[in-house]
Design a protein around this ligand. Structure first.
Ligand code: ATP
Length: 370
């Protein structure tokens, strides 16, 4: 059974990297429902090519109403019928277990095998970094996080739960295939983007089995990329070095848990959660793009969420589709808004989410006409 579609026009042919595209839009919960429509607005203004957006109402409302999180058949449908997924955020105080979020997001990540979590850290305006004397030229790097293994696979359990003798075990799962493909992706990303430095980060001095595998694979794979300066840092050292001097990094590759943490640190170096984009990628297959921020229930429904993270996420999606020209237009619009003090409240401005979305859409439209 195919999940019900909420909207949609004539079906366009599925040609990844081709002249047309079908995008599944999943706004989700909270501010996801506010920022994603703005991103779609800006995308529509930027794109002259045929692009179809099909929206799905998966999230807390549907879960509470129908008991359905990720509908049956959803993964196959997304894989077969869509080029990419534009995702908002999941999380709602009415679902304290967050079960629907786990079902949907982890379901898509694992079942679509989105093994790359690409999280760029790019300072777009000098005033946005909390670091002293650092400018745009110092903060521009890519965090490549392994996205399908590690501590997130859910292997583990309790023993004597709720008693004073309780034991809780969570297994860190690392496969040769999984480690190799993410390290290789990081080197390929560097090579394709003319970047010269790849840093692999682990905790192999303490995690002497799991991260010994990372060490061995890294040493093997780096041999194949002689033009790239590769180095290793323990994750604690990386955290320090990122704050001390982020300009020493081009590409960082690390495991699922460390990537989650280090990319949030990176997001703050570049202006905060409201601005940070990410891609959950399986090269050559349907991939999912989402802003790094969550559903932010504390500001949801007020129309004040910053849509820039969702717009930069859309630019990443366009690059994945091979539409670099339009992606550049979106990035230019975001830069222009920051230069011209068009801010939402999180960055010290007064603009509403939709107002900023309108401004960005007008900007890309005018740019396309010139
Ligand atoms: P999750 O656990 O899903 O990450 P969360 O509510 O703990 O959700 P976020 O939603 O990522 O964390 O946001 C943390 C805080 O950052 C929010 O409460 C909000 O104040 C701020 N924030 C996040 N994203 C935005 C945004 N786009 N615009 C403005 N403020 C934001």
């Amino acid at each position: 059974m195919k999940p019900e579609k909420r909207s949609g026009t004539a079906k366009l042919p599925l040609r990844r990297g081709g002249p047309a595209a079908r995008i599944a839009v999943i706004p989700g919960d909270g501010i996801g429902k506010e920022v994603v429509p703005e991103a779609v607005k800006v995308l529509r203004a930027a794109l002259k090519r045929p692009i179809e957006f099909v929206e799905f109402d998966w999230g807390a409302d549907k879960y509470l109403r129908d008991g359905v999180s990720l509908p049956p058949g959803a993964v196959q449908m997304l894989r077969e019928e869509f080029d990419a997924i534009l995702f908002g955020a999941l999380g709602d105080p009415r679902v304290p277990s967050n079960q629907h979020a786990a079902d949907i997001l982890f379901g898509l990540r694992f079942k679509l095998d989105l093994y790359v979590n690409a999280r760029p850290v790019e300072l777009l305006h000098d005033r946005l970094t909390p670091l002293r004397d650092r400018t745009e030229k110092h903060i521009r790097l890519m965090v490549i996080r392994e996205n399908t293994e590690g501590l997130y696979v859910g292997v583990g359990g309790f023993f004597k739960k709720g008693t004073p003798d309780e034991v809780a075990v969570q297994e860190d799962v690392n496969t040769r295939k999984g480690v190799e493909r993410i390290i290789r992706y990081a080197f390929d990303y560097a090579r394709q983007n003319g970047l010269k430095r790849v840093c692999m980060s682990d905790k192999s001095n303490a995690m002497t089995f799991a991260h010994d595998l990372w060490q061995r694979v890294f040493k093997e794979v780096r041999q194949e990329y002689p033009g790239i300066d590769s180095r290793h840092l323990y994750i604690d050292t990386l955290a320090m070095e990122l704050v001390r001097d982020p300009s020493q990094f081009d590409v960082i590759v690390t495991c699922n848990l460390f990537g989650d943490i280090i990319s949030d640190l990176g997001a703050q170096l570049a202006g905060g959660l409201g601005l940070a984009p990410s891609g959950n990628i399986h090269p050559g297959s349907t991939s999912l793009f989402e802003p790094v921020h969550g559903s932010a229930p504390n500001i949801a429904g007020k129309g004040i969420a910053n849509p820039l993270g969702a717009v930069l996420t859309s630019a990443m999606m366009l690059e994945f589709l091979g539409w670099n020209h339009e992606a550049a237009a979106l990035r230019e619009a975001v830069r222009a808004s920051l230069r011209q003090n068009k801010f939402t409240t999180d960055l010290g401005g007064e603009m509403k989410t939709a107002e900023l979305g309108d401004w960005l859409a007008r900007f890309v439209k005018q740019r396309a006409q010139n």
